[in-house]
Design a protein around this ligand. Structure first.
Ligand code: DX5
Ligand code: ZN
Length: 216
């Protein structure tokens, strides 16, 4: 599977979102990562479903929505209606409702992702490696772009990869988010990640093309 690069628009120019997305799309990004924050689950507020709905008008790009919100069950319908292509929510916010949410997202033909924060162990989400389309390993505390990669979280990638292999889930998307650049991206790919989210590394780069190419 070719590495899926998902540039995070958190570091893009919000006054110019359409062009920022077209730029990374035309440089080879097949997904764009949209960080939804509620000021409760994380100490920051960003954007919601109306923005996803507007971005849907851009052709040939998959909208990879990362919900960093409390009570994802309450809001997931809005992101389904906004026609997200991938919806990833946090296990720490969904807990015993995790499988129900995966089912609901997949029933709308949308890829369902389960994300874990740095302190959450793979063991806690093991059962969802069977049923989710994507597992997102956070390598920073969620909330802000531009933080440093936490290398000790990266071993979770190989743990997930191993479990996936043992149950025949070669199709599982193992995504990493937080502090990804050329060097940390390589570490994650070597451990088994097949999707890299990168915000500041791509959008703050003086050569966006080179930055994207360095992640493949
Ligand atoms: C952080 C977000 C990330 C963020 C990554 O909570 O989930 O997607 O944009 O930013 P960088 O790549 O700059 O660490
Ligand atoms: Zn994210």
């Amino acid at each position: 599977m070719e590495t899926i690069i998902s540039p995070s628009i958190l570091s893009a120019d919000f006054a110019n979102l359409e062009n920022e997305i077209i730029k990374v799309r035309d440089l080879g990004a097949k997904w764009v990562h949209i960080d939804v924050m509620d000021g409760h689950f994380v100490p920051n507020i960003t954007i919601g479903a109306p923005v996803v709905k507007s971005l849907r008008k851009i052709d040939n790009i998959k909208l990879d929505v990362h919900l960093m919100i409390e009570n994802p069950k309450k809001y997931v319908e809005d992101f389904i209606a906004a026609k997200s292509d991938i919806i990833t929510f946090h296990y720490e916010a969904a807990r015993e409702k995790t499988q129900e949410l995966i089912d609901k997202i997949q029933a709308s033909n949308i890829l369902a992702g389960v994300s874990i924060k740095p302190k959450t162990k793979v063991d806690e989400i093991k059962e969802y490696i069977k049923t989710a389309d994507l597992i997102l390993v956070m390598t920073v505390e969620p909330g802000f772009g531009g933080q440093a990669f936490m290398e000790d979280c990266a071993e979770k990638i190989s743990q997930i990869k191993e479990i996936a292999k043992n149950i025949g889930r070669d199709d599982l998307i193992i995504q990493v988010d937080g502090g990804i650049n050329e060097k940390t991206g390589k570490i994650c790919k070597n451990l088994g990640a097949n999707s890299l989210v990168a915000g500041s590394y791509i959008f703050n780069s003086s050569n966006v093309k080179e930055a994207i190419n360095s992640l493949f």
